[in-house]
Design a protein around this ligand. Structure first.
Ligand SMILES: [Zn+2]
Length: 185
């Protein structure tokens, strides 16, 4: 089993912290009980650079790339991003309601943002994720289990809670490998 990471005041202490305002309060009494795995790359298929940080903090410039014109005005953010080299960036503290899932439904309950934590992997649906990303995701998951009581069975992909609308994290995400990292000991 991979080790876990410390969380203080709902922030991973070792993550690079890039605070976003793209969140609000969870409903009264609701704590995170679902982990949603996503992917993102900006521009699509290209890795590196600051564009994801910029999108999640509302500073992406619409005219820097043709694709950005459609998304620059979106107010979205996940709680965390795991970059290709395994670096973890956190945008929103885990106790807040980050705007990552959109219209969604998990086991009959709608609006998954209310009760979930969203983690983005820098990547695409079709290109294998890096081992560093699996290790970091596994470490974060262990922390969420310890600090919030997240259950291993309550981990899902964005495509599973928004079918027909979203495809991430895609066929490239190796669920079996991920599960082996979080449950093996
Ligand atoms: Zn997504």
């Amino acid at each position: 089993m991979t080790s876990m990471l410390a969380i203080e005041e709902h922030w991973l202490t070792l993550a690079r912290r890039v605070p976003s305002t793209h969140y609000n309060e969870r409903p009264e009494g609701v704590t995170p009980r679902l982990l949603v795995v996503h992917n993102i790359s900006l521009p699509p298929g290209e890795f590196g650079g600051d564009y994801i940080d910029q999108l999640f903090t509302g500073t992406l410039c619409a005219d820097e790339h043709p694709y950005f014109a459609d998304i620059a005005g979106l107010r979205v953010a996940a709680h965390c991003l795991i970059r290709r080299e395994g670096e973890i960036v956190q945008y929103v503290p885990f106790d807040k309601r980050a705007w990552h899932a959109g219209q969604s439904c998990y086991q009959g309950v709608e609006n998954c943002n209310d009760f979930s934590i969203g983690i983005e992997l820098e990547g695409t649906d079709d290109l294998p994720y890096t081992e560093e990303q699996y290790q970091a995701l596994s470490q974060i998951t262990q922390s969420l289990v310890k600090y919030y009581g997240l259950k291993y069975e309550d981990i899902t992909g964005h495509s599973d809670i928004a079918p027909g609308r979203k495809t991430d994290p895609g066929a490239a995400f190796d669920w079996r490998h991920f599960h082996s990292l979080i449950t093996a000991y």
